[in-house]
Design a protein around this ligand. Structure first.
Ligand code: NAP
Length: 350
């Protein structure tokens, strides 16, 4: 232990190594020493959920080779003290057991031995690994041994006992998206979800279906054929369309057709690959709103793309945090056994 002496900065400034003076998220390197400051908490890490944009990039760069993916994950964490993919800039989150709690850690409900999921990005979570045991190529979940640190301000969730851990991990990584969907969708709106068959896409679809009501129209766009079938079986979208979200002309055409020229009032972008900004922009009506949850979205492409096609749309960055986001997301599984079943079959059956 660091003789349990000082309090760290509540936002983790004390662990920033390079460059000095910035916060842990934008820092290149942070100190992942597992000995805690008095207001920190240490987790014995069991599993990482690598952010989908990051995992897709790592998988592509390693041409699907598990050994090379392991090496890349290992090297990033060794070099930066956190799982912060330098290409995509994104992270993910983790689950593990509480190993030690500083005497000034602000939350008193938590105890050593409890299993928790961090609700703060891996791009700012100090992480030191002892081993990477297994990488799941389908889900981006990685079984590891190691230690992580939570700063005094970092949110977390105690794992519920009515859901498989791997389902909880998959869902909590994206739990900001359904919360924002609940806030943004108004009754009777036309809501478009891009990348609708993935984790965040499905949760957003469900929430949009609930909020838009009988007179609303929920449109699911997805490239993957199997995922389109799965959405259809869930009965949470009026239209399920298989289309490539990186093709703006094709996306505009189908959305124009199914909305009879009105386009979407609200577009939620949950795709895990780059170059989808213009599709979202063209599919949304003037004065409509685009919620860019995807981490593969580029600010410049969105801002200049909208200007370039003369589209007066509002655009919103997908904050991963919102009050009550974890509870709302886990409740979706309690409300919809079919969505729970699908997540279990994808994320907890192997
Ligand atoms: P996911 O589960 O991998 O889902 C992405 C979906 O998009 C998949 O169904 C995928 O199909 C589909 N897709 C891929 N390429 C497509 C294309 N060209 N056209 C249409 N659909 C396509 O991802 P997720 O975990 O929900 O994450 C979605 C995005 O949110 C990612 O970019 C992730 O990095 C980001 N994210 C943001 C935050 C935040 O705080 N804002 C937090 C977590 C994650 P396939 O399965 O066939 O690839």
């Amino acid at each position: 232990m660091k003789d349990s002496r000082h309090l760290g900065h509540p936002y983790g400034l004390h662990r920033v190594r390079e460059p000095q003076g910035v916060l842990p998220q934008p820092a290149w390197k942070i100190d992942a020493d597992p000995s805690i400051y008095e207001n920190e908490l240490c987790i014995e890490v069991e599993r990482l959920n690598i952010d989908s944009a990051s995992f897709t990039q790592l998988k592509e760069e390693a041409q699907g080779d598990i050994i090379r993916i392991k090496e890349k994950i290992w090297n990033i964490i060794q070099e930066r003290g956190k799982m912060h993919n330098p290409v995509t800039g994104s992270g993910g989150m983790l689950i593990g057991r509480v190993a030690s709690i500083g005497s000034h850690y602000p939350n008193h409900e938590i105890q050593v031995g409890m299993k928790i999921a961090t609700l703060v990005s891996l791009t700012l979570t100090p992480l030191s690994l002892e081993a990477i045991h297994q990488v799941d190529l389908q889900t981006g979940q990685v079984e590891v041994s190691g230690k992580a640190i939570l700063f005094a301000t970092a949110p977390y969730a105690i794992l519920p006992d009515d859901l498989p851990e791997r389902v909880t991990l998959a869902a909590l990584d994206v739990c900001g998206a359904p919360l924002q969907t609940k806030r943004l969708v108004k009754p009777n709106q036309r809501v478009l979800v891009m990348g609708a068959g993935g984790k965040s896409g499905l949760l957003c679809l469900y929430q949009a279906w609930k909020e838009a009501g009988k007179e609303g129209q929920v449109i699911a766009l997805e490239a993957n054929e199997q995922a389109c079938r799965e959405i259809q079986n869930l009965n949470i979208a009026h239209e399920v369309i298989q289309v490539d979200a990186t093709n703006p002309i094709a996306v505009h055409e189908v959305v124009d057709r199914v909305t009879h020229g009105k386009l979407a009032d609200l577009t939620i972008n949950c795709v895990n690959v780059p170059n989808t900004e213009l599709s979202a922009i063209l599919a949304t009506r003037d004065q409509g709103l685009i919620y860019f949850f995807s981490m593969a979205v580029q600010f410049t492409a969105a801002a200049l793309g909208a200007e370039g096609v003369g589209k007066d749309v509002q655009m919103m960055i997908g904050n991963g945090y919102g009050q009550g986001h974890a509870e709302l997301t886990l409740n979706i599984f309690r409300e919809s056994p079919k969505i729970k079943e699908l997540f279990v079959s994808r994320y907890a059956s192997r």
